[in-house]
Design a protein around this ligand. Structure first.
Ligand SMILES: [Zn+2]
Length: 485
């Protein structure tokens, strides 16, 4: 315990003050500080017959391949309490998370700024969104209410099972499973977009395409994780973060939590080392993966049978994380803190010309020559965007666990934004969780906006082109706030 305080003071106090303070710390430490952790998971597998979203067109959910959950970890150090809540879903609107936060804060006392809530971004679940994704209703849908109730139940259960624990964190690089999916193409390759223009970057350009030039952005190979175990060494929970959109390769019409859940159960099995791992909770959160997927575009690979690729990725990551966990240092007590902030972003609005074209395509799309095969989809979206308010408020959260920083962003965030935050963070290792505290389309940085491509198209991206710059600055301020707390 003394060690932590001394480490913190030594960084920014002159040596003489450390010397003066040290005896005071030793004498003034009569109460033993206890670190505690609790976990829970609640099933959120949707009813069959709902619409699976995540592809271009929704498809009905006909079977359950594997169950979907909300998983929760609560940490308490006697001074502050944090809750992490991760849902197997494509993306959850802010209104749903806000309702859950309010109720959890009422029943557990965990302040809203200390609650980190996100969706994994499995592409094989039903929508947790509103009918018009650009204009939220006042009323939550039936499935949204079910998610709120499951989150509250999970938080209360985790909060009710707090036990003395130790915590540690580490990170490893696993570049093998992540590829930037946005590519520059060789000169003279046609790269039209649904708005009548031409892009520089093309999403998912096809494996081994002879016109590929080079990826339009980097990857983030880092798998960061934190792990909690009981004081006698039994694993309790592990929460990891990796910048991989999802893996997929499911059977059409089946519900699945994708590699996120396979990683979670496998890593706990490995860490449990023969003990019953079922009460433990393993979680994979989504990093900044808006432009990162699991397809190596430079080569042609064999298509594996359904669910094999996600298992391959999940098990390999679980092996490597479990190995790193064995080398990791656990702490008996660490500082915890959380802070959040609201940020107002302008929404992009279609131009009069775009609206006129969208009306024409939606009325007479069969008869006219289209700019792009997906133009009818974007025409629909542009028309729906008319109901979107001119601005939206997003919530950003930052928590600190010892010298580990965690921040949240409510979009499908392109990877360079996460890399910048990690590089500029005032804390040690920093994890960036996307699809957190809300959802709301893709978030490219201004450089990627200039390249164009799917992630930047009006309708897939709805917030102003400077949004990422504002978000990064706001999060760095929040990180500093929790680092100084
Ligand atoms: Zn996606």
């Amino acid at each position: 315990m003394l060690r932590h305080r001394r480490e913190r003071f030594a960084g920014w106090f002159p040596l003489v003050i450390v010397v003066l303070f040290s005896p005071t710390i030793v004498l003034g430490e009569p109460v033993e500080r206890v670190f505690q952790a609790g976990t829970a998971k609640v099933d959120i597998t949707p009813k069959l017959g709902g619409w699976i979203i995540g592809g271009w067109e929704p498809i009905p959910a006909e079977r359950v391949h594997d169950s979907l959950h909300v998983k929760c970890v609560v940490l308490d150090n006697g001074q502050a309490r944090l809750a992490f809540m991760v849902c197997d879903n494509l993306g959850i609107p802010r209104q749903v998370f806000d309702e859950a936060k309010r109720r959890i804060s009422d029943t557990t006392g965990i302040p809203e700024q200390c609650q980190v809530m996100s969706a994994t971004h499995t592409h094989s679940s039903v929508s947790a969104g509103f009918d018009n994704r650009y204009a939220p209703d006042m009323q939550l849908t039936e499935y949204q209410m079910r998610l709120v109730e499951a989150m509250v139940q999970a938080a209360e259960a985790a909060n009710g099972t707090l036990q003395p624990a130790q915590i540690g964190w580490s990170s490893i690089d696993v570049p093998e499973h992540v590829f930037n999916r946005r590519w520059f193409m060789k000169p003279d390759t046609p790269t039209p977009n649904p708005f009548g223009g031409t892009d520089l970057a093309v999403m998912n350009p096809g494996q081994n395409n002879p016109n590929l030039d080079r990826p339009a952005g980097p990857i983030d190979p880092e798998v960061s994780f934190l792990s909690v175990r009981s004081v006698d060494g039994n694993p309790i929970a592990l929460l990891a973060n990796y910048s991989l959109h999802y893996v997929g390769g499911v059977v059409k019409g089946e519900l699945s939590a994708d590699y996120f859940s396979l990683f979670g159960s496998r890593v706990m099995e490995l860490i449990a080392d023969g003990k019953d791992s079922s009460p433990m909770v393993g979680i994979m959160t989504n990093g900044t993966s808006g432009d990162i997927n699991n397809i190596h575009f430079g080569i042609k690979t064999e298509r594996r049978p359904a669910y094999e690729q996600m298992q391959y990725v999940a098990y390999d990551l679980a092996n490597r994380v479990a190995e790193a966990e064995r080398q990791m240092t656990y702490h008996n007590w660490v500082p915890l803190a959380g802070a959040d902030a609201e940020l107002v972003l302008k929404n992009r609005q279609p131009t009069a010309e775009q609206l006129a074209r969208a009306k024409l395509v939606s009325e007479r799309g069969e008869e006219i020559e289209l700019y792009h095969p997906h133009e009818p989809t974007y025409a629909r979206r542009v028309l729906q965007m008319q109901q979107m308010p001119p601005t939206q408020n997003i919530v950003l959260t930052s928590v600190r666990i010892g010298d580990l920083g965690i921040v949240t962003i409510p979009f499908e965030v392109l990877v360079e934004i996460g890399l910048e935050l990690k590089q500029r963070s005032p804390l040690g290792d920093t994890l960036v969780i996307s699809l957190a505290g809300g959802s709301g389309g893709y978030l490219p940085n201004p450089k990627q906006h200039a390249y164009g491509g799917y992630e930047t198209w009006l309708g897939t991206n709805v917030v102003e082109k400077q949004a990422s710059v504002k978000i990064v600055e706001a999060l760095l301020k929040l990180l500093k706030e929790v680092a100084d707390s």
